[in-house]
Design a binder for this molecule. Sequence first.
Ligand code: DAK
Length: 258
Amino acid sequence: MAEQRPIVTEKQSDVAIVRITRPEVLNALNLATRKALAATFTELQDDPEVRCIVLTGDEKAFAAGADLKEMVDADAVEIAKRRTERYWQAIARTPQPVIAAVQGYALGGGLELAMICDIIVAGENAQLGQPEVRVGIMPGAGGTQRLTRAVGKFHAMRLCLTGRPISGREAYEIGLVSLVVPDDEVMATALKLASDIARLPPLAVTSIKEAILQGENASLDAGLALERKAFQLLFASEDRREGMNAFIEKRKPQFKGK
Ligand code: DAK
């Protein structure tokens, strides 16, 4: 029987919902799924109507990691030749904010995928971890890097060296997720955040995202310079004038993305 599409995209007004749909393997990320995610995000980047994206799985799993059945027989050369990093780069380059809505398992490559997103909303009982060490490998798509930047050396070491997952609640406490909510409120919370962001002036929103991400890789001076230039540039936008005038005139602003 042919497998169903690994990704489903739905639009709710100016928010796009991208859902991983391999429930039979807890949304394990095989090559077809990675390619479909990259293609979907590349397409959404060029859709001016999409102001925010929610990436999710289902109530059992955001994604339980790379598909181990697809990796078990691969040698080092084969793994290198797959160049799977290019698929995640397509997601990382998305200018619109991306919110990960995490219920159930977000393990290995699944957690790495969530960490590429800009905001993570997790359920209390989600299970987040980097279990690669338990199958003889290590995180290979950001688990030792983005995780360390998010939670610091000591939590990152504990998660990567033991492979033991933590709950959504603990992930919130150590700064790995933005919000923790009851499991059945994850999607509604992510969608509410997304529609709130989608209503804000898109040039300011994408500039903020860019400054935070670029600044993470830069010295403080370089990051501050980048922030200042982006700030100055926003004074060329119609939405900046509209936002400030609306405040002064005590009315609702009408943002146009210009
Ligand atoms: N891959 C393939 N199948 C998986 C899977 C996975 N990661 N996780 C679960 N499944 C499948 C199971 O095999 C099972 O299929 P059937 O046996 O029914 O055919 C089905 O999903 C349900 O799973 P379980 O029966 O195991 O369900 P349980 O509730 O008992 O356990 C679990 C849930 C999430 C604790 C368990 O399934 C589990 O431990 N899964 C493996 C988690 C894991 O180790 N994930 C990390 C994988 S390594 C790279 C960069 C990064 C990576 C790779 C390459 N490059 C730069 C090249 C990333 C690597 C990883 O993520």
